[in-house]
Design a protein around this ligand. Structure first.
Ligand code: ASP
Length: 609
């Protein structure tokens, strides 16, 4: 290979095959850097020693594929290249073959400046020749192997599940595949193997995993791929902690391949606590938690500030930001995305002037140092004049939630803005990256869908509610459309693994009893008939001796991206799609022929019809 020869090989014969990375013509001497995925080696063609080879070498262009046969020679001390591992030797060519010519590529793998991403994706085969991409592909391979062998060592079997199947709800649209033999019928590509892996537990497989492609037709969002890879697993009889232990085990193995030791077990926090302290269900633990500083204010303060005393008053502290200019303070406002009901006090200095006692209490409660930035987010007093009247209504919680999450979003936006200023996100100690993992547990089972005016599954409908919340499920179809139904308070045995503010994966303990699964379908507004039509096979399977079971799925692409230190998922996926779900290299999707459509019994409607 082109990256392996060293001084100790001097005098040996060698054959190198690869691409012409660079050619330098010095008259009598032509130097060729020949490259493969392992590196480059300099090949020398000397006119005096071998005029025929020299002539051939003069014809070489970038990215020609060649074979060079020759003798390894130690370089003169003044020509040693310390920047590359093969820099102490060169290959003196005795034979040179051009295996294939190449057109001038739109960009070169060795270029230091990257072309725009569209060009990179269109000519992905050239782009993948670059060192960085080869590195990412190798890393991805090693990470996958490490995960596979860890899970196999724990008794998991990798079992394939179908790609042509029927819809499994994970909250996105399905990609559909028309059936030719049954015109008018469609397969759905799996959004995840959820039902198959549960059925594998019913089938006695006990521990399943799969590194598997999932397909979700979601609205355009930056850095999402319509097909992506999950590390999907399921096991019988686990407590959540057992699932977490398995995940911590394979993540340790995966991170180790990239040279990182991670600390396990990961800390755990309930969803409610995460919202209360971080205003997010995927808190970035590299930053301090927020504090509810309601008690720092008197009734008069609340009035003067037009702040609602019944709602949280959140103090966000971003360490070591230092003094902010007037202009910089003004830049905070646009970062605040809180809607109507949450209110921002970005000028702590002013607060300090007008309410010195309250400000001092806030500083103390948030353990703020002098150069820390403090920003306050509170509830507008107009908003919730009523919620506390007549006992605690569900909206009170919703208003609380709105203040927490508005503060949480601002906390992250501020940290990102000031990250470079005070190295907030940089390593601590001698680790090269500060990896802060976290388990977030006990998610709400349902989410109110404002558009559909009904409850939707927060994770997916196969997640088990907490035993203690089972009685809240008996509202049937009426509860399904009532935003104030007890469904709001149902907590699930669902958990997410979070790293530095990013969700790496979600899972849950599942429902294994048919009667409860039915109730959940009803709570989601599905009639008995609809439930049977969509999930009859599954409801039936549940009746034949289903062991309690649970599992999780983590995004492989995201893990590799983090380990590679890459900026986008597209950097670690060999053939990714653009944000508009287009493959620029093969040019997909495309229209198909009339004949193909006819065979499938499909007619395309004009866009406006
Ligand atoms: N099927 C779920 C998902 O893809 C993961 C799980 O619950 O295991 O998000």
């Amino acid at each position: 290979m082109c990256g392996v020869l060293r001084s100790s090989d001097a005098g040996k014969k060698a054959v190198l095959m690869g691409w012409v990375n660079r050619r330098r013509d010095l008259g009598n001497l032509v130097f060729i850097d020949v490259r493969d995925r392992t590196g480059v080696t300099q090949v020398v063609c000397n006119k005096e020693l071998n005029p025929a080879i020299h002539e051939k070498a003069s014809r070489l262009r970038n990215e020609y594929v060649i074979a060079a046969i020759g003798t390894v020679k130690q370089r003169e001390p003044n020509t040693i290249n310390r920047n590359i591992p093969t820099g102490e030797i060169e290959l003196v060519a005795e034979e040179l073959r051009i295996l294939n010519e190449a057109k001038q590529p739109p960009f070169l793998p060795g270029d230091t400046v990257l072309p725009n991403e569209e060009l990179r994706l269109k000519y992905r085969y050239i782009d993948l020749r670059r060192d960085a991409m080869q590195f990412n592909l190798e890393l991805r391979h090693k990470v996958a192997i490490a995960i596979r062998s860890y899970l196999s060592s724990q008794g998991f079997f990798e079992i394939e599940t179908p790609f042509m199947t029927r819809s499994t709800p994970e909250g996105a649209r399905d990609y559909l595949v028309p059936s030719r033999v049954q015109p008018g019928s469609f397969y759905a590509l799996p959004q995840s193997p959820q039902l198959f892996k549960q059925i594998l537990m019913i089938s006695g497989c006990d521990k399943y995993f799969q590194i598997v492609r999932c397909f979700r037709d979601e609205d355009l969002r930056a850095d999402r791929q319509p097909e992506f890879t999950q590390i999907d697993l399921e096991m019988s009889y686990p407590q959540p902690e057992r699932v977490w232990e398995v995940v911590e085990g394979f993540l340790s193995a995966a991170f180790k391949t990239a040279g990182y030791e991670i600390k396990t077990p990961f800390p755990r926090m309930s969803y409610d606590e995460a919202i209360r302290l971080y205003g997010s269900d995927k808190p970035d633990m590299r930053l301090p938690a927020m504090n509810d500083v309601r008690e720092a204010f008197t009734a008069e303060n609340f009035q003067a500030l037009a702040v609602n005393p019944n709602l949280p008053v959140m103090a966000i502290r971003i360490p070591k930001v230092g003094e902010l200019s007037r202009k910089e303070r003004d830049e905070i406002k646009p970062l605040f995305t809180g809607k109507g009901n949450a209110k921002l006090f970005e000028d702590f200095k002013r607060l300090e002037k007008s309410f010195p006692d309250s400000a001092a209490k806030i500083r103390a409660k948030s353990s703020a140092e002098t150069d820390d930035l403090i920003v306050i987010v509170a509830g507008d007093d107009k908003l919730a004049e009523h919620p506390s009247e007549g006992g605690v209504k569900p909206e009170v919680k919703q208003h609380d939630h709105a203040v927490y999450t508005a503060a949480g979003l601002l906390r992250v936006a501020l940290a990102q803005k000031y990250a470079s200023r005070h190295r907030l996100f940089e390593k601590t100690g001698n680790a090269s990256v500060d990896f802060r993992f976290l388990w977030v547990t006990d998610f709400p089972m349902f989410e109110w869908d404002e558009e559909g005016k009904r409850w939707a599954a927060a994770h997916h409908p196969f997640t088990s509610p907490h035993e203690r919340d089972m009685e809240k499920l008996s509202g049937g179809l009426d509860a399904a459309e009532d935003p104030n139904s007890p469904l709001a308070a149902v907590r699930a045995l669902a958990y997410d693994v979070v790293l530095n503010g990013t969700e790496l994966g979600s899972g849950s303990i599942r429902i294994h009893r048919q009667d409860i699964q039915r109730k959940i379908f009803h709570a989601l507004g599905m009639t008995e008939d609809e439930a049977r039509a969509r999930f009859g096979f599954f409801l039936e399977a549940l009746e034949y001796g289903t062991p309690p079971h649970g599992g999780i799925a983590l995004g492989l692409d995201r893990i590799v991206m983090i380990l590679a230190g890459a900026e986008s998922l597209r950097e670690v996926i060999p053939f990714p799609k653009t944000a508009r779900a287009v493959d620029l290299m093969v040019d997909a999707p495309t229209p198909v022929s009339e004949a193909q459509l006819k065979e499938l019994g499909i007619q395309i409607r004009k866009a406006r019809e």
